[in-house]
Design a protein around this ligand. Structure first.
Ligand SMILES: [Zn+2]
Ligand SMILES: [Zn+2]
Length: 85
């Protein structure tokens, strides 16, 4: 039993090292264009950093809040009228 512990120790240590060495996946944030000034905006932003246009919108189809610059609601595929103008 003790021998098993001794043998498994470096294996556990190896897996811990693997876990620590694992590269962090790049931030996959969705980005789009501000409907007000066409400046690059990122998903989740409440207002445009350039013109302070509100970038969050309540979907009339499902009631969820999504980015105002998306073409379709990500949850119910409702066409976002504001973005197609
Ligand atoms: Zn803007
Ligand atoms: Zn929706």
């Amino acid at each position: 039993m003790f021998l098993l512990f001794i043998i498994s120790l470096p294996i556990i240590f190896y897996f811990i090292c693997m876990e620590l060495d694992r590269p962090v996946p790049p931030e996959t944030s969705l980005s789009g264009e501000c409907p007000g000034c066409s400046e690059k905006v990122e998903s989740g932003w409440l207002v445009c950093q350039q013109c302070q246009a509100v970038l969050r919108e309540t979907c009339p189809g499902c009631g969820k809040v999504h980015d105002s610059w998306v073409k379709y609601c990500p949850w119910c595929r409702n066409l976002n009228e504001a973005s197609s103008v």
